[in-house]
Design a protein around this ligand. Structure first.
Ligand SMILES: [Zn+2]
Ligand SMILES: [Zn+2]
Length: 176
C-alpha cells in the first residue's frame, strides 16, 4: 500500500455479501469494531457527505446516489465502487422502501437483507424460494427495522430468529 492510499483509507474493510442491500451493508460497516461509527450521520461525516448515507440506510434513494457520493464512501474503505451498484435498485426496478421485507430462507443462506425484496414488482414473493416475503415478525407482528439496524438476525422486539421465520412464509404455487 502506498503512503497516499494509507491516508485515504480511514475505515476498516467489510466484504459485501451476495445481493446485500446498501442499508444492511452500511450498518455492518459502521458496527465493525475498528470503525465503531455510532450513527449513520457519523459515517456521512467521515465521507464528507452530511446526512446522505443516513438516507441510504433508510432505503430512500430520491435523489439517487451519485457516483461521486458512492465513490467518497468507497474510498474510505477501499471498496471497488462498482460493488455499490449491486447493493442499489437496478435500473428499471421500482423500489418500495416500506414495509421492510424478509425471506427467512434467504437469510439462512446468506444473512443479509436483499435489495430485491423491496422490488415493488415482485409482489412480495421471494424470487428464489416461491414463498411470500414477510413484512412483519410472525410472532409479535412488529414491522422489521431498517436493515442497517439488523445486528443479530432477530426481531428487535420479541427476539425471534429471522431463520425461524421461514416456516411461517406462505408457499406460492408456480403458475402452471
Ligand atoms: Zn428467499
Ligand atoms: Zn417479533
Amino acid at each position: 500500500m502506498s503512503q497516499l492510499d494509507e491516508n485515504v483509507s480511514r475505515l476498516g474493510y467489510v466484504e459485501p455479501l451476495e445481493q446485500e442491500s446498501i442499508s444492511h451493508y452500511l450498518g455492518r460497516l459502521r458496527r465493525l469494531k475498528a470503525n465503531s461509527l455510532p450513527s449513520a450521520y457519523a459515517l456521512g461525516q467521515a465521507a464528507d457527505l452530511g446526512g446522505v448515507t443516513a438516507r441510504w440506510e433508510k432505503l430512500y434513494f430520491n435523489p439517487f446516489p451519485t457516483e461521486e457520493e458512492l465513490g467518497a464512501v468507497a474510498r474510505l474503505i477501499r471498496l471497488d465502487p462498482s460493488c455499490f451498484q449491486e447493493m442499489l435498485p437496478h435500473p428499471g426496478m421500482t423500489l418500495q422502501p416500506r414495509p421492510i421485507r424478509l425471506c427467512g430462507t434467504c437469510y439462512a443462506e446468506v444473512p443479509c437483507h436483499r435489495i430485491v425484496w423491496q422490488d415493488k414488482d415482485v409482489i412480495a414473493v421471494c424470487p428464489h424460494h416461491e414463498v411470500r416475503l414477510l413484512e412483519r415478525c410472525p410472532s409479535c407482528k412488529t414491522p422489521f427495522q431498517i436493515p442497517a439496524l439488523w445486528t443479530d438476525g432477530r426481531c428487535h422486539h420479541c427476539g425471534m430468529r429471522f431463520t425461524s421465520m421461514a416456516k411461517y412464509q406462505e408457499r406460492i404455487k408456480k403458475p402452471s
